[in-house]
Design a protein around this ligand. Structure first.
Ligand SMILES: C[S@@+](CC[C@H](N)C(=O)[O-])C[C@H]1O[C@@H](n2cnc3c(N)ncnc32)[C@H](O)[C@@H]1O
Length: 213
């Protein structure tokens, strides 16, 4: 009979970090219970999730895993579609984290889930494209001040998958994005989004190779 047991999850890195930054990670059972409250959204490839204090990704990693399960179910028969939709799923996951080491860990953890799913080696085009996406989507910064580590206003890319291997990227200011909800139930609700929110930058459609370059 095996006496092996799963080691307990490490929820605290140090007492000092708890005192300085309120750094206590959420256990996976609680994360999954919370995600189940919005289950259909977590299982939708193109639903966008932003964790404004994402730590090393305790929420974002299972969100990506759920989205990838949806990719497998819907596009698993074609390698081309599966890989492109998997990258699109990753593009819909966003985080802000104050501490550099946590932000880096979060990117690494998400990258590992993605590369394992698509069967990519760390140096190949899919892994490099995913790293480009993660560098833009997981921001080291202060979610309350809405500034990045250099003190500049946080911007996020809004990604779209156009089909046939092409992605669209438009960048928006984070402060701009947080205002979207406040228009609900007001006169502005009658406007189309593009009439109120103007991207700070619009990119030409890009392939995976171009994202990786
Ligand atoms: C309670 S931990 C939660 C981490 C993760 N969300 C989880 O549930 O495992 C809070 C995290 O927020 C980060 N943090 C604290 N203040 C922040 C701020 N103003 N902006 C962004 N991140 C912040 C901390 O460094 C820490 O990693």
């Amino acid at each position: 009979m095996s006496t092996e047991t799963t080691p307990p999850e490490r929820l605290v890195k140090s007492k000092q970090r708890v005192a300085d930054h309120g750094e206590v990670f959420t256990p996976s059972w609680l994360v999954n219970d919370m995600l189940d409250l919005v289950k259909p959204e977590t299982e939708r490839i193109d639903s966008r999730f932003l964790e404004p204090a994402c730590g090393s990704g305790n929420f974002l990693v299972p969100i990506l895993q759920r989205k990838l399960a949806a990719v497998q179910a819907r596009h698993g028969r074609s390698d081309f579609e599966k890989r492109h939709y998997a990258l699109f799923a990753l593009m819909c996951v966003y985080g802000i984290e104050l501490l550099a080491d946590n932000a880096a860990e979060c990117r690494e953890n998400l990258l590992a889930v993605f590369t394992q799913f698509v069967g990519a080696e760390p140096s190949d085009v899919w892994a490099r494209a995913a790293s480009t996406v993660l560098a833009a989507n997981i921001v080291q910064g202060d979610a309350l001040q809405m500034t990045d580590a250099t003190g500049a206003p946080i911007t996020f890319p809004e990604w779209g998958y156009l089909g046939r291997g092409k992605y669209q990227r438009r960048d928006f200011g984070y402060s701009n994005l947080t205002e979207r909800g406040s228009f609900q139930g007001t006169l502005f609700e009658a406007f189309e989004e593009h009439e109120i929110f103007v991207p700070s930058r619009t990119y030409p459609p890009m392939t995976v190779q171009e994202l990786a370059a």
